[in-house]
Design a protein around this ligand. Sequence first.
Ligand code: HEM
Length: 479
Amino acid sequence: KLRKSRKNLPFPCPRKLPIIGNLHQLSAHPHHSLHKLSLKHGPVMFLQLGSVPTFVISTADALREVLKTNDVTLSNRPSLYAVKRYSYGLLSISFSPYGEYWRQARKVSISELLSVKRVQSFHRIREEEVANLISDIVKACSSSNPVNMSVELQALSNKIITRVTFGDGIVAQGYGQILEETQRVLGGLWLADYLPWLGWIDALTGLRKKLEKNFKELDEFYNHVIKEHMSGGTQEDHDPSDLVHVLLQLHKDPFHGMTFSSMSHVKGIITDMFINGTDTSSATLTWIMTELMRNPRVMAKARDEVRKIAGDKGKVEEHELKDLAYLKLVIKETMRLRTPVPLVFRETSETCVIQCHEVPAKTRVIINARAISLDQNTWENPEEFYPERFVDNNVDFIGQDFSLVPFGLGRRSCPGINFALPVVELALANLLYCFDWELPAGMTKVELDVEEELGIAVHKKNPLVLVPRLFHCVQNDLS
Ligand code: HEM
């Protein structure tokens, strides 16, 4: 029986405070707080985050039940203040509302920017950047210095995504700081997103000014890149074609030009690539190294596999990745236990029915991917890092059975999975092949305090610092 919609929806809901609702119950790690609340209030709970009505879904069964009848309605995204600006008025794939523009932009991006063939064309960039990373670490080996792996891994994924997106000529011109600031501003807490009527405080605290300054710099950077590409400045070295080059071709194409009709459309998609493609891969790699340090048995097994496959030739090459079965299990298990994007944000596009109750349009929906990975009803000993759990369990990354959703699921699932995995696999395989890893003197276990930016786990204040020991098959002078 369908019950009428109400201001306070009749779902389990933790106690609210006036004005801020349930905001005070979220810690610096919202996915942890939400997980804890869900254990008490149930797998589908209703929160009032400021003035934003929000559903939180925390188990595979609940996700299956809710999406069974609401897959399309829940394929919308909330439009957040900073996101609107950086996506040139919601023209990115990630943030555009569910509808014709999103459908076309996503379809074309999957076939032209993130296809297996396109990703394959960037193998030289991946191999060069992984070789640079290894060579930096080799230098640290000779001086016995510890290495800040969080910084190294973030630099690796930044360099790869920047070269792939903007082309080689651009990297040297040092725009990294602008892009880093963009990520910081996007990750900030915007009152306007939770209490719109208090949004003016974002102006008082200087957040809006920061955004406008950074957006102007970013836009100038994009204009510069686009001008260089149009004038052929960086086009001569276009093997492979970088993503800006491909987007400009699509913009000129009479057929696709309808989708990418203005430069703002092109810029919206560029933002998609580097915002989604950087911290996600580096967070994954940092978590994998963390879990391997905590689990020496798994570290030894993964390292032995890699060294057996690559033999004594001094490095692992991309064509060998397909043979690294255990390494893939390690990655999958890390994405389960340490889900790098723990919260997936959606919004209802129209009124829908959830558990027999009418839910209005524009209700925010948070899928707690981390909580789903820790659900006792789905996973045996869910807190244990045990890659072998996937040996006889074919559950995939892409959420088809709802129990593992690190890349989201359904229509809005991550289209960058084929881009991300070769980066993660190649970097990890070489880190394990080239070095034995130890904790710095005096440290007995790995402690990582993880912060979140944009919902992505990052490790900046308390980075992962490790001491590498060179494997004898690797030359100690790679230069
Ligand atoms: C380990 C790396 C990555 C992880 C864990 C990850 C995770 C995610 C998640 C959880 C979502 C939301 C999905 C949903 O709503 O169901 C998403 C969306 C998205 N990701 Fe990724 N991602 C990764 C890498 C990448 C890369 C490398 C790119 C592109 C270069 C990318 C591009 C996107 C885009 C464009 C969307 C928005 C899709 C849409 O709204 O239709 N991602 N990603």
